[in-house]
Design a protein around this ligand. Sequence first.
Ligand SMILES: Nc1ncnc2c1ncn2[C@@H]1O[C@H](COP(=O)(O)OP(=O)(O)OP(=O)(O)O)[C@@H](O)[C@H]1O
Length: 302
Amino acid sequence: MMDQEPIIALERVSKSFGQRGKAVRAAHDVSFALRPGRTVALVGESGSGKTTCARLVMREYQPDGGRILFCGRDLDSTGAVGLKEYRRAVQMIFQDPFSSLNPAHTVDFILRRPLALGQLHLKGRAVDDTIADLLRRVELDPGAVTRKHPHELSGGQRQRINIARTLAMGARVIVADEPTSMLDVSVRLGVLNLLNEMKRDLGVALLYITHDLATARYVADDILVMYAGQIVEWGDVHRVLADPRHPYTRLLLSAVPDPEVRFDNPGSRLDPRAVEAIRREARHLQDRVVEVGPNHFTRHAA
Ligand SMILES: Nc1ncnc2c1ncn2[C@@H]1O[C@H](COP(=O)(O)OP(=O)(O)OP(=O)(O)O)[C@@H](O)[C@H]1O
């Protein structure tokens, strides 16, 4: 089966922070593609550059080098209209469902606003019906939640409202940055299932950012492993996790029992000598990226 054309493609995108000499290479030569109906997981330890990549995709950061294609066209050449379309099509779900909804507004207002801005053809009753449809789609009862404020909802319900809002905006791509890490364990699976449904039923492309390989395996089709600002291994999620080729991926897998803890933290329960040995190996191999499985990405191994 032919792969669908990417909605977004990053081509050798880089971003550094700070002055020359002391600059941090937060993302270096990063390439990947987001396709309709597919989820790409971006994994790596704290500080590896995942959020920088999310912000580049969200266009909150301008890349220092490389380019971002939107439906095959260089975003920098699409002008203000193209950028406006991009900003509507690409939406983010944040880690903290508590701070990402305005506490002063009702659920109705939170969903009505993006519809009023983006779906001008909807009027009167059709807007109410669309809000009810969106709420049902995220498995909330419209009668029970429409008039509520965020503080009257649970964390899981708030994250569902965030997902409904991205759909109200007309999202074709959703960037989800650790969307379940602040939720009660009992409701995490429901939110992940919902993301899977968005992908399957609506053909949304998902960029799922996490350091938790178990959830990456659950939601993603493809995985990108990031280390020190670089993608060091990518491919089909099950193949990469079953047979990791890059030492850093092996290190990530060995830390799975406690994904919240950095590997070099004494609390990680890993043998520090083993960590250092794998780190040395990973540093040595940093410029030799590893590709596993069918190539869904535009970059080829160096
Ligand atoms: N705005 C910024 N100014 C300066 N340095 C930054 C900035 N944003 C990120 N960095 C640096 O870039 C590197 C990558 O950070 P980034 O937040 O992208 O990593 P991450 O993998 O998302 O980590 P986490 O999981 O902790 O959010 C880090 O060394 C970080 O300190």
